[in-house]
Design a binder for this molecule. Sequence first.
Ligand code: SF4
Length: 341
Amino acid sequence: MRGRLKDNPVPGQKRVLLAAPRGYCAGVDRAVIAVEKALEHYGAPVYVRKQIVHNIHVVTELEAQGAIFVEEVDEVPEGAHIVFSAHGVSPAVVNAAADRGLHAIDATCPLVTKVHREAVRFARDDFEILLIGHEGHEEVEGTAGEAPDHVTIVNSPDDVDNIEVQDPDKVVWLSQTTLSVDETMETVRRLRERFPNLQDPPSDDICYATQNRQVAIKKVAQDADLVIVVGSANSSNSVRLVEVALEYGAKAAYRVDYASEVKQEWLDGVETVGVTSGASVPEELVKELLDALSDAGYGSVSEVKTAEEDLMFSLPKELRKDLQGNRDERALGGRGRANAV
Ligand code: SF4
């Protein structure tokens, strides 16, 4: 059965409700392929600043192919190729890479770049930017770095009372792309109470993939005794899925990198397990979880689909240019989409 819940689950029958969309988004797909194509085209090693996407399995696989992950550009030998991660970088990082003579490939997700552009534009118009997001997260550092003198980071609704601005009539809010939609709207509501002339971003900053995965897990959670989210601990959107599942009715919710982390006691007395995965998670990890659940008696799987996704992004322009010679543009078209079920 696709797209809706079983109307009348058999009492006592163990089952899985599988959320869709889940897993890879267009920005992650593009970033991972960019590293793979760079390795193919330039040869190993190719350096990557920070984790290309926040998933330990993906990082480990790329390391095995010859990618070297670094924290900062000064760890990279002069003249080498470096890929900037999907989370984006500040202009200071771009300049540091150029000063070092590095060949940079910018795999920043275009939806993150959109927020960067908004920050640049509002700063140019002399707005104070209230950037809702998690301090220290790479994406927030990159966006804030576009206009450091204009940006104040707002971590949570509780931060709002302590924010100081110079001109309350010239403030705008922007956000990290991977936040909880509900919590962000609560933060905005409280910001607007304090600053009634607060301006909205021109379009949603929380990206389509984050929103779609939250909508799907909300639907699953209302019927789930337990929700298991596949995703890494540093993946913001994966961690949010656990929180959203709990808010929307799941009796328990856990995040795992691998199926082997599922604890037997989580399944005690559980009839319905909800399953989803974060936007940086390959589908093979979900498949392993479903196999493990099947072995534990949860072989009945019903998909709960709340949206279709078909967005794709072209490869970073630096890479496209270098690949032009061998016209290897099957890159994005040929890969199985993570959300195909
Ligand atoms: S989660 Fe959203 S912003 Fe982040 S890479 Fe995916 S599509 Fe882009």
